[in-house]
Design a protein around this ligand. Sequence first.
Ligand code: C2O
Ligand code: CU
Length: 484
Amino acid sequence: AGVVAVAAERAAPKLIDPHAEAIRRAELARRRPGAATVRATLNPRPVTLDLGGVTVDTWSYAEAAPGPLIRAKAGDRLRVDVVNDLPTDTSVHWHGVALRNDMDGVPGVTQDPIGAGGRFTYEFTLPDPGTYFYHPHSGVQLDRALHGVLIVDDPNDAGRYDQEWIIVLDDWVDGTGRTPDDVLAALGADISGMHGGHGMPGMNHGAGMPMGGGEMETMMSPLLGGAGDVDYPHYLINGRAPSAPVTLTARPRQRVRIRLVNAASDTAFRVALGGHRLTVTHSDGFPVVPDVTDALVVGMGERVDVEVVVADGVFPLVAVAEGKTGQALAVVRTGGGRPPAAQVRPAELDRRVILTNQLRAADSVRLPQRAPDRTHDLVLGGGMMPYRWTINGKTFSDAEPLLVREGERVRLRMTNQTMMFHPMHVHGHTFALRDGGPRKDTVIVTPRQTVTVDLDADNPGQWMTHCHNIYHAETGMMINLAYQ
Ligand code: C2O
Ligand code: CU
C-alpha cells in the first residue's frame, strides 16, 4: 500500500513549465526550411498477444509487440496523434530525443495526462539522427507492450549497409497471472513490512544472487553487481519468446546494421551473435569509435547499433538476462542449417564483453572541453526493504529540482551507494562521459561506482532525470533537471 501512496503523490501535478517562450524559441532554432512532416497514429489499447506459445492480455500500440516503427530523417518534423483507448491515463515520451520540452510526454510536468478516451497530438522537430524509442511516462505502463522504435535516419549512412535488423529486448510479466501494477504492489508490500519480503513469488531479493529456475546450466560471471528486482517468466526479442523466435535473414557476407533497443523494465541484457564478432558503431544514437567485441551489455533505456558481416548458415542471436535466469533469442538465417535450441548459449557471451561506458565518442560528436559552470551531485540510494529508491536521500515527490541555466556546461556526478545497478537517463539532452567517452542519454552506474557526465544546457524546460528501472523510477529514483 505504501508504494501506491507514493505513486498517487507523484501523480499530483507539479507546475507546468513557465518557459513557454524559451521552448518555442528552441524549437524554431531547430527547424529547417523545407523539412518534411512525418505523420503517425498511436492507439494504445487492450489487446491479446501471442508471444509464441504464450497468450497474454495486455496493453499495446498494435496487434503485435513492439508498437509501430516510426521512421523519419534528421531535421524532419514528427506529428503523432495519440488516441487513448486504454481504461486509464497515459502519455508518450520520446526517449533520447532532444525535442521541445512541452512535447516530452511527462504528465504533471510537461503536459496533462491523456485521459481514458482522450487524444493528444505530439509535434516536434527531430534534430539528431539515431536509434530511439517511445513509451508511456505513466506509472509502470512501460512494463506492458507499450513501446515502439523511432529511427531518425542519417543521410550520411546511405549505402553503408546491405541490411538492417531492429532488435527490441524486453522482459515480460503482463498477463501471466500478474500485471506490472501487481508487481509494483508486491514490491511495495515490503514497505508495509506485512509480508517480511521472504518467499514472495517473483521477487529477487538477493541483489546479485541469481535465484530460482535452475534449468539454465551456469550463471555467467555477473558484470553489473545487481540482477534486477523482478524475476520475469519470459524474455522477448521483438515480442517473441525463445520457443518461437523471430527469424532475421540476409545473404552471406552482407553488411548488416543491428539496432538494439532495451525496452525492458528491470533487466539488462548481455547480447551476442553466435559465430560472429560485433562492431559497435553507435551508443544511444550517437556514433562511437568503432569497437569490436564478442558481446555487449545493454541496460534498460540504452540503444546500441552494431555492424556485422554475416557468415553463411544459421546462428543464434542471444540476449541473456544479466544476473538473472533466462534469455531471449532470435534466429539469424543466411543459409541452410537446423534452428538453434531455445537454450543455446553461444561461447561469445563469455569472451570479451563490454559496457557502453567503455566506448569512445567519434570525433564528430565529441563534446568540446570546457570547465563546468556547475556541478550537481546525485547520490543514488535506497533498496529492497523497504522498496524505495532515492536520489540524494529523497524520492521524486520530495526532491528539489536540479537547477541549471541556459548556456551552462553542467556536470552530473552520479554515485551509486546501493548494491543494484541503475541505468540513469536524462531527458532532452545527450551527455558526454568524461575524457572523450561516448555521447549518451542513458548510462549504467554499477554498485559503488561514480559516473560523471557533462552536458550543455541548451534545451530549456523541465527534464526528468531518473533510473530507467521503471520500478525504481516509480518508487522514487527520479529528479527534475529544471532550467531557471
Ligand atoms: Cu525512457 Cu523518462 O524515460
Ligand atoms: Cu535504479
